[in-house]
Design a protein. Structure first.
Length: 95
């Protein structure tokens, strides 16, 4: 199993755990991040942060845009190990 697959599984498990938490989960406001999609399927933010893209239909579409400059809107979750973005929408930005 390659490192990206292990990271994807870890992120999926982490997101699944949020569903098991008692009480409501407080949503962070949506953030808009600009950057480039890496060969590993991460969003390399222009802010210097590497965002793991959460597994979702929209997330999978975004991960396919390797080397494209994009603008992504979604919920950002920060853990001790990862910064994850749950994609709500995205667009390709002309370079």
């Amino acid at each position: 199993m390659n490192l990206h697959m292990e990271e994807t599984i870890a992120i999926a498990l982490l997101l699944s755990l949020f569903a098991l938490l008692p009480g409501p989960i407080q949503s962070e406001p949506l953030a808009t991040i600009s950057g480039v999609i890496s060969e590993e399927g991460q969003l390399l933010g222009n802010d210097g942060v590497i965002y793991e893209i959460a597994d979702s239909e929209m997330g999978f579409e975004l991960m396919e845009l390797t080397d494209h400059q994009v603008k992504v809107t979604g919920q950002v979750i920060t853990t001790d190990e990862f910064v994850i973005i749950i994609v709500e929408q995205f667009e390709i930005v002309e370079k």
